[in-house]
Ligand binder design. Structure first.
Ligand SMILES: Cc1ncc(COP(=O)(O)O)c(C=O)c1O
Length: 407
């Protein structure tokens, strides 16, 4: 096992982004020790199930040719999750799958026999499932997925949101039949409230973040996300496989699931993974700098609402600590401009609906493109093929319209 011997680099780029080059990065095959956090068998199971859900279809992968040319790169691909299951974000793949896996476990436990997942999906155990309640804390997208799963598979759903979650995002979850409770404070406060109430009422937490003693459902949720990586592997030919993957992160579950998938599947290709966080919620870069999981106290909410998390997911941290090449932060200032750039179709030939959290990775790329030192360090050049993830569309249409229609 070898570890990159690049020197530690902590510094500020000319545009104010903070960078950290990860000294812990393991450059060869996906290590066995990480397979208990996530592996390709989990992906296969998730695909087998989710690909038969009503409305499933692979989402588009757009080439951003103009932007690649402007930045002197070979190609940029943008995986567009704005229409996933009609829920507006990639999160639709995770929470709902977590709910299904929980209900299967619970029904099997109650009946004291193995059950088939498709029987549960088709409503055979509806009388039992309607007695269970799933609960989660959310900035919007994960909760919407859990509410969708509860509706699809027939159980009750309780969602906790913090003070700054928009009315539009709240309503989207209520429209799916969830009861939504707003608590004072930030995401981490809503998480604590959800855990307390779940214990009191014997409800099941279906969280997208993992911690000591709670990893089973976050792992299924991350496995659900990897479906979009599998779609990309099918959509790209061998010649166009990515050299660099930019991953915006909140608790890190999404970034870790993509990192684990591409690392395990294409380990020999030495793909570079760049984790991008908002300056206002930099829990992963802070953990990387400290060499251990760190909690960041969020003082101000970033407009990239899905990325506003102060505590990394344990499973995600395990993977990113060894798999990410580079951690960086971006400021909110560029979010509206880049959303408008996408809405105007300036990156490629198509107008793309990119929500606030969707443009985090692209902003990271634009920052690095201006920084010769980091570019060189990451070998970002005219041979590079970049993969970006448009993780959400207009998940709150009022906010999206207000931003993209601004002059
Ligand atoms: C649109 C969007 N993008 C990215 C993320 C980040 O995912 P994670 O919290 O797993 O890092 C989220 C999280 O909710 C999100 O909603």
């Amino acid at each position: 096992m070898s570890i990159t011997n690049e020197k530690e680099v902590i510094g500020l780029s000319p545009t104010g982004a903070e960078h950290y080059c990860n000294k812990q990065r393991i450059v060869n095959a996906y290590p066995d020790q990480l397979k208990s956090s996530l592996n390709l068998k989990d992906t296969n199971q998730a695909i087998h199930e989710i690909s038969v859900w009503p409305g499933y279809e692979p989402t588009p992968l757009h080439p951003l040719k103009n932007l690649a040319m402007d930045l002197g790169l070979k190609q940029i691909y943008y995986k567009d999750e704005s229409q996933r299951f009609g829920l507006g974000s990639f999160k639709a793949l995770g929470g709902a799958y977590g709910v299904l896996r929980f209900l299967c476990n619970k029904v099997a436990e109650e009946l004291k026999e193995d059950i088939k997942i498709e029987d549960l999906r088709k409503g055979k155990y509806a009388e039992l499932t309607q007695r269970y309640t799933v609960v989660t804390a959310t900035d919007g997208n994960h909760g919407r997925s859990v509410a969708y799963g509860a509706k699809l598979f027939g159980c009750r759903c309780q969602i906790y949101i913090h003070a700054k979650v928009s009315m539009g995002r709240k309503k989207a979850m209520e429209d799916l039949g969830a009861e939504v409770i707003r608590v004072d404070g930030n995401y981490d406060d809503s998480l604590r409230a959800s855990i307390e109430d779940a214990e009191k009422h014997n409800w099941q937490i279906i969280s997208d973040t993992s911690y000591h003693g709670y990893t089973e459902y976050p792992r299924h949720i991350m496995a659900g996300y990897t479906i979009l990586a599998e779609e990309i592997a099918d959509q790209l030919s061998e010649k166009t496989q990515p050299t660099h993957i930019f991953l915006q992160a909140g608790v890190g579950g999404f970034a870790a699931s993509m990192c684990a998938y591409f690392w395990e599947k294409f380990g020999h290709q030495n793909i570079k993974f760049v984790v991008v966080e908002p300056k206002l919620a930099p829990c992963l870069i802070e953990s990387a700098k400290a060499g251990q999981l760190k909690i960041f106290d969020i003082k101000e909410e970033t407009m990239m609402a899905g990325l506003s998390c102060g505590e990394p997911s344990l499973l995600a941290w395990n993977i990113l600590n060894k798999g990410a090449d580079h951690f960086m932060t971006v400021s909110d200032d560029m979010v509206p401009t880049v959303m408008r750039l996408m809405a105007n179709g300036a990156g490629g030939n198509t107008a793309i609906e990119a929500g606030e959290s969707a443009v985090g990775g692209l902003i990271g790329l634009l920052e690095i493109a201006q920084d010769e030192k980091i570019k060189k360090q990451l070998a970002l050049n005219s041979d590079s093929v970049i993969l970006l993830f448009g993780t959400e569309g207009a998940t709150d249409p009022d906010i999206y319209n207000a931003i993209t229609k601004e002059i």
